[in-house]
Design a protein around this ligand. Structure first.
Ligand code: THU
Length: 159
């Protein structure tokens, strides 16, 4: 038996002002995307902004439904819209922001497992690392690839 450890790497910023202008702009787009959230059940808004390698930004927000499982997370709303509208264009960076009762969360909201799996597959499809920014009002995390959010990614195509 060999004991192994996995480490994950990410950057932490105390405000968007510390970030590169392109990342800061993407966090702003994700913040604006909060307005499109349809979340009467959870009252938890999530906004996502996805920068494609061609410079296009596709936004998404969580969309809920009275039939609860029918709802969709902000991240997947953005990724599926980008996949459908810009087939063949790789994803570069995904920024995510969340608010509750009108207040942006202080700590970054971290994406659900299903969204991480979807990010992983689009990263593979795009053939380059997909960066992920999780922005809170007090702290911002930046991951340089999805692998750091989803270690040991499932990928049956790799086999
Ligand atoms: N939600 C997202 O949009 N992204 C996530 O990664 C986790 C959760 C949404 C789903 C639901 O509309 C609300 O947040 C509360 O769970």
């Amino acid at each position: 038996m060999t004991e192994r450890k996995l480490t994950i790497d990410f950057e932490e910023y105390t405000s968007a002002a510390e970030m590169e202008p392109q990342d800061r702009a993407l966090v702003e787009r994700a913040t604006h995307a909060l307005a499109g959230s349809y979340s009467p059940y959870s009252r938890f808004r999530v906004g996502a902004a996805l920068l494609l390698e061609n410079g296009t930004v596709v936004i998404g927000s969580n969309q809920e439904n009275n039939s609860y499982p029918a709802g969709l997370c902000a991240e997947r709303t953005a990724m599926f819209a980008a996949g459908a509208n810009y087939p063949g264009v790789a994803f570069d960076t995904l920024a995510i922001v969340a608010s509750h009762e009108g207040k942006i969360l202080e700590d970054p909201a971290t994406p659900c497992g299903i969204c991480r799996q979807v990010m992983a597959e689009y990263q593979t499809k795009g053939g380059k690392p997909l960066k992920v920014i999780l922005a809170g009002s007090r702290k911002i995390y930046k991951f340089s690839r999805v692998d750091d959010l989803l270690p040991l990614i499932f990928d049956s195509l790799k086999a």
